[in-house]
Design a protein around this ligand. Sequence first.
Ligand SMILES: Nc1ncnc2c1ncn2[C@@H]1O[C@H](COP(=O)(O)OP(=O)(O)OP(=O)(O)O)[C@@H](O)[C@H]1O
Ligand SMILES: [Mg+2]
Length: 202
Amino acid sequence: MTLTLKTKEVALLLGENGSGKSTLLKVLAGLYPYKGTISCTGNADHSDVTGYVFQNPETQIIGSTVWEDVIFGLENIGLKKEEIKKRAEWVLKVVGLYEFKDKDPFLLSGGQKQKLAIASILAMRPEFLLLDEPTAMLDKYDRTAVKELIKEIIRLQKGIIIATHHAEFFFDIAQRVIVLSRGKIIYDGFIENLPEKFINRF
Ligand SMILES: Nc1ncnc2c1ncn2[C@@H]1O[C@H](COP(=O)(O)OP(=O)(O)OP(=O)(O)O)[C@@H](O)[C@H]1O
Ligand SMILES: [Mg+2]
């Protein structure tokens, strides 16, 4: 499989259950072993420029408060206290969870948990955000809230790949669509050129 990601691009990753979407995202994030090569421009390591957000945000919750959850990764990469505080405040304001910073993450709503999962990864300043079914577990209201957050992240000039079964919901914010079938890319191109047979299919 050959795939080239461009910075600041928004792509949708589609395909049936088990087609390999999550696997591909995890490989890109360095969370899975793989055969082959992944290269980045410059000397960056792909696992440093990508940030993977799990489909079920609860998988990712580590802190006993929203604040602790966000700073966990930042402490792990050895940032200074001041920088950690600055980034945590910034990211919680971006996702609109600052007022809940002392709350137990497990007591947040589904949409808020998804936002927290995105915040914790965004705080690490990845070049590409890899979102695994960010709206799968959400009702209509939270789905829209998460989409608004994704739009905000687009304004921050991040590249974003969204694996989703809600393709049409994201059509207006993405430029590119990648369709997987049994671990292989069967379409990769502009949304406008997406063959009819792939619309409303997954
Ligand atoms: N390129 C590949 N080669 C071999 N096995 C693969 C490949 N991609 C995925 N698999 C295997 O297929 C299974 C399901 O893949 P994965 O969870 O990535 O699917 P998915 O598209 O995310 O499905 P869902 O829509 O249900 O989330 C996993 O067991 C994975 O190891
Ligand atoms: Mg998956």
